[in-house]
Design a protein around this ligand. Structure first.
Ligand SMILES: [Zn+2]
Length: 79
């Protein structure tokens, strides 16, 4: 990662406020990747595969942050 990209990424996290790490990652994803991820969840592709694919593409997320987000146990605003 370049310094410019790192600064951008950390700024996003610092300014993220009430969004969790998983949501911030979603926000930062290329739209085609986000679409692919949505499709993968809908198709019930195993989380292990999704997680590994995300990491291979350079997205930083963890099993824990996915679980917390999906169960509403994260700091995202709840409706
Ligand atoms: Zn969340």
């Amino acid at each position: 990662m370049t310094l410019a990209k790192r600064i951008e990424e950390i700024s996003l996290v610092v300014r993220g406020g009430n969004k969790c790490a998983y949501q911030l990652m979603l926000d930062s994803m290329k739209s085609e990747d986000r679409k692919a991820l949505e499709t993968a969840w809908q198709q019930n592709i195993s989380r292990r595969i999704i997680l590994r694919s995300l990491r291979s593409e350079g997205y930083k997320t963890s099993n824990e942050s996915i679980t917390n987000h999906q169960t509403g146990n994260c700091k995202c605003p709840k409706n």
